[in-house]
Design a protein around this ligand. Structure first.
Ligand SMILES: Nc1nc2c(c(=O)[nH]1)N[C@@H](CN(C=O)c1ccc(C(=O)N[C@@H](CCC(=O)O)C(=O)O)cc1)CN2
Length: 285
């Protein structure tokens, strides 16, 4: 079997180009999409992600409003800023980069964001909408997983989809999205028995367990499609996924690399959500 690479970087670029066209069309209607990007503290990885998000906004044609707050910022001050942005007509999306400093309650902060501007799709309103099949804003990484499958011509309908990991930010929303596409979905987690047996039945595997190289090629069904959401460091400090990429060669039909797979899709889908939120709020198509 010739294993094909699913190039997340390339697909993310295609999506950003589509969003750029959509932003140009909005501009002709006198609408400028706006995204508020809030970073609290000095987490170095978060700084890179926020900077990449602002660059993506610039590329697509979304005006970014940047708020870089010191670690000592109180939760109340952050909630006040979100409240102001909720009422700002130039801001169509609000993004609070996670993780937040320990003294803040992430759930409380997320719940303060207007669901209409919740471009991360983390607000319980949007999570609930997804669970009952309503058309809310879907969180970026899970939405990116589905886009990767669709744009790689992978049929989801009727396929055995196995998700390893049950987190609120990846495992659970990915399972709902695969279900929405009519996949037959199994979620596996740390207490799952006979994981090997379940994996052997999987046409599509989504790995989001947070353990470096946890899934090996010999555990897969021949021809399985593998989407690796993991971002770990291996024994040499090199970035790697939850899947042992090399051992899947010749067994998987398609596979995402780490880096360059799901990661870049997170920011591309954020751009997609910003454009959607703008259209919804401005009442234009
Ligand atoms: N408010 C949010 N906070 C966080 C989110 C999120 O979606 N919303 N997700 C992650 C961080 N993140 C975006 O914010 C993110 C993570 C990784 C990548 C990415 O492109 N990764 C690259 C590798 C990067 C590297 O070399 O270190 C890849 O996989 O190719 C983009 C965005 C947590 N916080």
């Amino acid at each position: 079997m010739n294993t094909q690479l699913i190039d997340g970087k390339q697909i993310a670029l295609e999506i950003k180009d589509e969003q750029k066209k959509a932003a140009e069309a909005l501009s002709l209607k006198g609408v400028q999409p706006g995204l508020a990007v809030i970073l609290v503290g000095d987490n170095s990885a978060s700084k890179v992600y926020v900077s990449n998000k602002k660059k993506a906004c610039e590329y697509v044609g979304i005006k970014s409003f940047s708020y870089e707050l010191p670690t000592e910022t109180s939760e109340e001050e952050l909630l006040e800023l979100i409240h102001t942005l909720n009422h700002d007509k130039c801001v169509h999306g609000i993004l609070v980069q996670l993780p937040l400093p320990k003294h803040m309650d992430e759930q409380k902060v997320i719940m303060a964001i207007s669901p209409l501007k919740d471009v991360d799709g983390f607000h319980p309103y949007n999570v609930g909408a997804l669970s009952i099949g309503l058309n809310g804003l879907v969180s970026c990484t899970p939405a990116g997983v589905i886009e990767l499958l669709k744009r790689s011509n992978v049929t989801i309908q009727g396929k055995n989809c196995v998700i390893i990991g049950r987190s609120n930010i990846v495992g659970k929303p990915v399972s709902l999205l695969l279900l929405r596409e009519h996949g037959t979905v199994t979620i596996c987690h740390s207490k799952t028995q006979n994981l090997e047996l379940i994996l052997q039945q999987a046409d599509i595997v989504v790995a989001a367990v947070g353990i470096a190289k946890f899934i090996k090629g010999h555990q897969l069904k021949e021809g399985a499609v593998v989407i690796d959401v993991g971002m770990n460091r291996d024994e040499n400090g090199k970035l790697c996924g939850d899947v042992d990429f090399d051992s899947c060669q010749g067994i998987a039909s398609q596979i995402t690399p780490v880096p360059g797979g799901v990661g870049p899709m997170t920011i591309a889908m954020l751009m997609h959500n910003c454009i959607r939120a703008t259209k919804n709020q401005e009442g234009v198509n």
